[in-house]
Design a binder for this molecule. Structure first.
Ligand code: AMP
Length: 194
């Protein structure tokens, strides 16, 4: 089973991905975490993407697709994965479709987590406060607004893309964590059986 969690920053993708890992034995692939780890290790890739991430812009599709392609070949992905933060453009969605076809491991469902902007800003503000000295350079209100704009412009078009392919399911991400996770669970049980 392969799932995409789709939503703007602060929508709860990471929280729900962790729950799904436990429930379904899947592996969370957070492209944001993967890139942040490259930045921390100061790898060549990390140095190339740091400024782009700090500014709230998207890293190039080529880099992202290569990163995911390599990661999917690792043994911990063999039961299926939860894509958290990928794809973020139509080009990435197309490339992912091809990768998964090649690996004979189709997409089960795309879960669209919907949260109002005011709540997103509040959540990210809280996340930044709770992170203390480890706060992410892009977790501040100004950069968040930029990231929300990037989401609207570049990522939202993948909603109709997956809708046309009958893979899209909408969930109200403003409900309690348990309610959101129960709704996702029931969507996945149905999608698995279909
Ligand atoms: P996230 O933790 O998912 O909010 O990602 C943090 C940052 O990493 C984003 O603002 C982008 O700069 C970069 N990033 C993560 N995933 C992608 C992706 N799929 N495509 C392009 N850039 C990405």
């Amino acid at each position: 089973m392969n799932i995409i969690l789709l939503g703007p920053p602060g929508a709860g993708k990471g929280t729900q991905a962790k729950i799904l890992e436990e429930k379904f034995g899947l592996k969370q692939l957070s492209t944001g975490d993967m890139l942040r780890s490259e930045c921390e290790k100061k790898t060549e890739l990390g140095q190339r993407v740091q400024a782009i991430m700090d500014a709230g812009n998207l890293v190039s599709d080529d880099i992202m697709v290569e990163l995911i392609d390599k990661r999917l070949d690792e043994p911990d992905c063999k039961n299926g994965v939860i894509f958290d933060g990928f794809p973020r453009t139509i080009a990435q969605a197309d490339a992912l479709g091809q990768l998964l076809m090649k690996k004979n491991s189709p997409l089960t469902a795309v879960i669209r987590l919907q949260v109002d902007e005011k709540i997103l800003i509040e959540r990210v503000r809280k996340r930044a406060e709770e992170s203390g000295d480890n706060v992410r350079a892009d977790d501040n209100v100004e950069t968040l607004k930029k990231r929300l704009h990037v989401f609207e412009e570049q990522t939202r078009p993948i909603v109709p893309y997956y809708e046309e392919r009958n893979l899209l399911f909408r969930v109200n991400g403003m409900q309690d964590i348990d309610v959101v996770s129960a709704e996702i669970h029931s969507i996945l049980e149905k999608a698995k059986a279909a």
